[in-house]
Design a protein. Sequence first.
Length: 182
Amino acid sequence: MRRRRHNRPKPKPQVVIRFRSNEQILSPTVFLIGADGEPLGEMPTADALAKAREDDLDLIEVSPQATPPVCKILEYGKFQYQQTKKEQASKSNQKKVDIKGIRLGLRTDSHDLLFKKDQAEKFLKKGHKVKIEILLRGREKAMPDRAKDAINAFLGTLSVPYKVEEEMKRFQRGFSIMIVPE
């Protein structure tokens, strides 16, 4: 038996107008800033639009929340280009903190714990958050106190200074704790 597929209309991509320009400006009065950057004062929108047309430029609403809204006389394409450059620069300046994970078990061997300790210290030195999880299997789920002790023992072996961001909490298959470098 064939499955019947419904032809649903695809959602239309929404065009986001970031800045209103020219006739899109709805406010009756605006505070105008000239093409050279000097403030020209408060005036009706129609007069501001006429001044922009004299210079063959666009009237762009820069700050719509202000009363009255602040508008600049600029070239719209150039303004958009500058705004995207600013956004890219702010994104590149942001520090991205990764969450690294370390998984333990109740039966993890001492050598493996030593290796995982070195990994956790390396992550903390690089400035990453470290999420330490202990997974419980089968009957191990009946021994939550041993799991908590194993995590606390692992945290006791770390030589890099850290602070606990999220306290130890239980999830379906075990426990987890989040630590960050000091």
